[in-house]
Design a protein around this ligand. Sequence first.
Ligand code: HEM
Length: 478
Amino acid sequence: MHDCSTDETMSYISLKELEEHNGSDKRSSWIVLYGQVYDITSFINLHPGGNILQYATGIADATCLFESYHSKSSIKKCQALLMKHGKYLGELSIETESKCKYVMNTYDDGTILDSTNFYCTLRNRVDVYLEKNYGGRHAFQWIYQTEAVLTLILYCLTTYYKSFKNSYFAAVCLGVIMARMGFLMHSGNHCGISSNPYWNRFVGFFMDIIGSSHYTWTYEHQIAHHTTPNEYHKDNDCEIGDPLFRFHPLISDVEQTNKDNSKKTSARFRIYIRRYQHILVPILMSIGFFKWTINDIEFLIKSKGGNIRLATKIHVIMSTLITKMLWLIIHVIVPYVYYGGKYTLVTLIIFMVIGAYYLENIFIVNHIQENLQTPMIHVDNRRSLHWAIHQVYTTANWKSNSYLATFISGGLNHQIEHHLFPSMNIYLYPVISQIVQEECYKFGLPYHNYTSFTTAWLDMFYYLKKLGNRNTNLDHLQ
Ligand code: HEM
């Protein structure tokens, strides 16, 4: 990386300035690694890992993505490439809170061991082990590629029978297949399907085939969620349902500054609803697919999705609109013309609800749990945690080491391994989980692993209930 000690006059770049260089149409692309800002416009299209690099530009800290996506042996190549083609611009301004995220690895109050070498040690062990025994992070990629192609064929067949052949059974199967497409696109957009970036792009596009947008999803998931899991005002996933529901302890019952009566009523309504959120959330999960299909358009138009800014790209907006139109024609207009409104509505509800239930139940248990917060949640300087330690604290597995659970959940049962090595083939997670557990233990870090999906789900349910029933007080509004 750039040696700042030789700089006579250091330049500082503000977060605002950085955000303007996020690779939007006609804008350049800047990336922040280890607090240093680089202009990578000239080689962004030459990146050997493919176009995933575009998402990491214009964000406050891409160190987590940089470290977690490259193997031990790749990192040196990356640094050489960056030195050759990237232009060092300066340091990210000191006022930018995220800057210190990488620099310090221990809590300010010293309550935890110095874990500076946790990720380095772990990654070296994992990569050496995989290289020696399996030939690298993409072993078994042919299995995953075959699974992707077969799933796509099944999607086309079930869609055909549902939309053109009046089959309710096909609608049920389509729901399951849609969820499987969701797991696959998750791996594709994480570059986990293959060492070939085109395969990853192809499978990542499954998200658009099922009616959503891989572009907005990648920003929300890769940037907002993966770099800052369970962090309030950063990770969109811990704010789903807000203001109605509370998935995170820092979500307030009331708007602090507000004193007028209408808001007081809405705060009361919220408190009332939250009391039953553990019942309502599992019911409302059913509309997840409908929500995604519509939300994407809003995100693209506003260039913003929750806590994250999106780079505006006209060709992406156009292609998203086209794929959504095609989805609408195939799943709504065609069955409506052939079989009428009732059939269309019922089959739409069947496959959208089954798909959403399968997918959402799997991913909701990995982060929404009582014990999944960094220890200093109420203290601002918790950002001093190294990103990998943050991931371990805020993530839970269920049924680690089970290949069946890995297949059923698309690898999401190994959420800890996934957050530490997002681009690894999911079928290697059971292989490395023993190493991850051992290193967590050595460094005094937790390794949350539920013995079954049911225990994880029930704990999530009770935690939602607890969060919803938290003592609340409206007095200060008066
Ligand atoms: C400016 C920063 C970066 C540089 C210079 C860079 C450079 C490279 C290089 C040289 C490789 C080939 C490695 C090899 O052949 O062993 C590579 C692969 C890759 N990069 Fe990057 N990269 C950067 C940032 C990122 C970021 C931020 C991400 C993720 C968001 C990413 C994702 C990947 C992926 C997925 C691969 C393929 C790895 C594989 O097949 O296992 N890169 N990158």
